[in-house]
Design a protein around this ligand. Structure first.
Ligand SMILES: C[S@@+](CC[C@H](N)C(=O)[O-])C[C@H]1O[C@@H](n2cnc3c(N)ncnc32)[C@H](O)[C@@H]1O
Length: 217
């Protein structure tokens, strides 16, 4: 007799609390309501990010899992992991994973992604809010490895620079925007520019002082 998977509770993986410096109450919780990305946007996100067989994709706030399924079934990524707060959604997503026999490639975790270990991810997909992205930014900077990519539907990561100097600030699919970043370039390039600007203004101050001395009072 087949199991009624809808009645089963989703598998709840224990979360690694890898940020002990955060006290209780400091960890953000829900940072976006459920709104699914249109499939055309999902496909473009994965295409722009160059998703492929070497990738471990983490969708933070995975909803019905459409990014996870598309990444595995159409872009052949090695593994896709989704975090989602809504237990009902996780239950039906787990049933869908089991029905499609993708349990070895897709993992769904009914939990808060602010408590997750993001270090295994090579590609992070986001459809949150700009303020949610800002809360997530320090965690991404701390945990993602060199060369990991982050692709965000509609909302930028403020303070980060999109990939490649000549890239558009964002890609467009109909009325949707896609922001694409690569670590650590997304945040180090900006600080390099800032540092050189600082140096330049310090140099200008010294130069002006020197000229004033040269020209006399
Ligand atoms: C706009 S939906 C995006 C769904 C899916 N990624 C997509 O693009 O179709 C955002 C999802 O993030 C979930 N979410 C918000 N904050 C979360 C958190 N801290 N941890 C886990 N899930 C969260 C919400 O429950 C919601 O389902």
């Amino acid at each position: 007799m087949s199991r009624d998977l809808r009645r089963e509770r989703p598998r709840v993986e224990p979360l690694r609390r890898n940020r002990p410096r955060l006290g209780w109450g400091d960890v953000p919780f829900s940072v976006a309501p459920y709104v699914p990305s249109p499939l055309i946007v999902v496909k473009n996100m994965l295409k722009i990010a160059g998703a492929g067989p070497d990738d471990v994709v983490y969708d933070l706030g995975c909803g019905d899992g459409r990014i996870l399924f598309t990444a595995v079934e159409e872009f052949s990524v090695k593994k896709a992991v989704g975090y989602e707060l809504n237990p009902t959604m996780c239950g039906s997503l787990q049933a869908n994973i089991d029905e499609r026999d993708l349990g070895d490639r897709i993992e769904v975790i009914n939990g808060n992604f602010f408590l997750a270990d993001l270090s295994p991810a090579t590609l992070i997909t986001l459809y949150l809010t700009t303020s949610g992205n800002s809360k997530l930014k320090p965690k991404l900077e701390e945990e993602l490895g060199q060369g990991a990519r982050v692709i965000s539907h509609d909302f930028p990561i403020n303070g980060w620079t999109t990939r490649k100097v000549d890239n558009p600030p964002h890609y467009t699919v109909g009325s949707h925007k896609i922001f694409f970043y690569e670590t650590p370039d997304a945040y180090t390039r900006k600080s390099t520019i800032l540092r050189s600007e600082e140096e330049e203004s310090r140099w200008n101050r010294l130069r002006n002082l020197f000229l004033r001395n040269e020209n006399g009072p």
